[in-house]
Each structure stands twice: as C-alpha cells, then as structure tokens.
Design a protein around this ligand. Structure first.
Ligand SMILES: Cc1cc2nc3c(=O)[nH]c(=O)nc-3n(C[C@H](O)[C@H](O)[C@H](O)COP(=O)(O)O)c2cc1C
Ligand code: SF4
Ligand code: SF4
Length: 276
C-alpha cells in the first residue's frame, strides 16, 4: 500500500501535480493519498524531494537516490553503445553466471510498458536448450520434407528463402554439429505474455534494453525469430518450453560471450524523417 509519511512531507505539491489519476491531494499543507485508481507508476515516490512516499508492498531497498556521478551517461557514450551493439552470431560455450543473467533481465524489468502493466515474464533456457534446439531444427526439416508452399509461407511469414537455409542447415547441424539456430549461445531468453499489440511492443522494448545491457556488459545477443517460426511449425514446442495456454513468445534473445570481435560500427540507411 502506498503511504505518505506526514512528518516528512513539506507540502510542496509535486506528487499531486504529477499523479496521472489525481489520487494525491494537498490538504492542510500535507499530501493525502486518496482511494482512486493508481497504476503503480511510482512517479510520486521518485519525485518527492524528501522521500516521504513509500509502498510497503514492494521492496523499497531497490529504490535508490539519484546521483549524477553514478547515473549520468553521456549522449555520446550512449549513442556509441547503440551504434556498436551488433547481433552476435558466434558464441563461446562459456555459460553466463546467474548475476550476469539477473542484470540482463532487470534491464527488461525496468523498461517502460503500456499502462505500466509490466506483464512480460521471462523464460530462460539453459539446461533444456539442447533439447529445444533439436526439436526446433527437426521441425524445420519436417517442413522442408513436406515441401508444401502454403506451409512454408505460413511458417516463415513470407520469407520463403528460410526454407532453403534450413535445407542446408539441417545436415550441417546433424553431421557437423553447426548450430544455425542459436549460434551455440549457452542461454536463450524468451519474453512471454498474452498476445496483443501493446504487449508485443513492451516485449520489443524490454528485449532491446536487455540487448543493450548485454553489449554494455561485454556480452553478445541476437534476436531469434526462428524459434517463434519453429513454434508455428511444431506447436508442441511451446509446451516443452513451459509456455501456458493463452501466452505467446513475443521475443527471443540468444545471449552469451561473443566468439568474434567487431572492430568498427556499421553503416545504416540514411535517416528518414519528415519535418513538418
Ligand atoms: C524482430 C527481430 C527478429 C530477428 N530474428 C533473427 C533470427 O531469427 N536469426 C538471426 O540470425 N538474426 C535475427 N535478427 C537479427 C537481425 O538480422 C539484425 O538485427 C539485423 O540484421 C541488423 O544487424 P545488427 O543487429 O547487427 O545491427 C532479428 C532481429 C529482429 C529485430
Ligand atoms: S503511483 Fe502513480 S498513479 Fe499511483 S498515486 Fe503515485 S503517482 Fe499517482
Ligand atoms: S512530493 Fe513529497 S513533500 Fe511534496 S507534497 Fe508530495 S509527499 Fe509532500
């Protein structure tokens, strides 16, 4: 429950002005918490200059004061991190430690979400990854064997060239152990939630932040839509990964230690913008 410590409150009114739902009012020079709707944005906690607001249902030890020295990232450095992040398609077999993974997942957890729903949950595949990989690649091979143009179009969402990729990739995997799905990454993160457009965007933002955190941590990441395509080819795969009825895998990110090193950034299309 959100509470205001009246003895600390100096009645500045900032919380009341910021509250989207008008839940907070100033009465007699003190902030008062009403009973109207609240979406737990916690802006009131964040902006109170004297730390008078808290929620006793959450872990308040995670709330830390802002200090420029430890929080500020220069636009140049952030821009360079964004420019230098790459999709890594060659990983070492070195596993990620639990603290490394939790740091990545927290980058997703602190991302914005529509209506602050925070409905993305994560499934981290590590021990079960070889089994999932095997089932997914077998599913692609079965599609190639059936050779049904309609199914190929549906599974690969119109990118029918991917069928040829797996016609080549399957023998490479079976005979040489080459992993054309996860590129030997030791970990794959699934962003899971009930499917709708807003949550799809939530998952995109969250996994993008995870990818940036990976880059900042010297790790590599790569989105793997192929796993979602494999689930279309073999719907049983979702169950194997613990996805519940009504849930969808909205984004997939392979993460690990890169086995390659980029020496420079890469070009992009020119900025397309209409100034009006
Ligand atoms: C939604 C999405 C799905 C992707 N799926 C795959 C995939 O299945 N396999 C893969 O190797 N790369 C995948 N990628 C990586 C893109 O190919 C890559 O981001 C793009 O070529 C730009 O390269 P960069 O990430 O190094 O800048 C995906 C990227 C996105 C955003
Ligand atoms: S958490 Fe957000 S919506 Fe709820 S009282 Fe605070 S500012 Fe208002
Ligand atoms: S922001 Fe803090 S000090 Fe200002 S009115 Fe709200 S509770 Fe009181």
């Amino acid at each position: 429950m959100l509470v205001i410590n009246e003895s600390l409150c100096v009645g500045c009114g900032r919380c009341a002005s910021e509250c989207f739902y008008g839940r907070i009012t100033i009465e007699g020079g003190k902030a008062k918490m009403g009973n109207t709707e609240c979406w737990n944005c916690y802006h009131c906690i964040g902006l109170c200059p004297v730390g008078a607001i808290s929620d006793n249902d959450v872990d308040m030890s995670e709330v830390v004061p802002y200090h420029e020295k430890t929080f500020h990232v220069s636009p140049d450095k952030l821009g360079n991190l964004m420019k230098f992040r790459r999709s890594v398609r060659m990983f070492t077999d070195k596993p990620l430690s639990k603290p490394e993974l939790v740091r990545l997942l927290n980058a997703g957890r602190y991302s914005p979400s529509g209506s602050n729903r925070q409905s993305i949950r994560y499934v981290v595949l590590q021990e079960t990854l070889p089994e999932i990989k095997d089932a997914a690649i077998e599913a692609f091979w079965a599609v190639a064997q059936r050779d049904d143009p309609e199914e190929i179009d549906r599974v690969y969402v119109g990118n029918t060239g991917y069928n040829d990729y797996w016609k080549r990739g399957y023998p490479d995997y079976k005979e040489k152990g080459i992993d054309g799905l996860f590129y030997h990454a030791p970990t794959v993160i699934l962003a899971v939630a009930p499917k709708d457009d807003l949550r799809l965007l939530d998952a995109g933002i969250a996994t993008s932040n995870i990818g940036l955190m990976a880059a900042a941590s010297g790790l590599g990441s790569c989105y793997i839509a192929f796993l979602q395509m494999a689930c279309t080819a073999d719907p049983g795969l979702r169950l194997k990964m613990g996805i519940q009825e009504g849930e969808e895998i909205l984004a997939v990110l392979a993460v690990g230690h890169p086995a390659i090193r980029f020496h420079r950034t890469v070009p992009r299309n020119e900025l397309r913008v209409e100034w009006r």
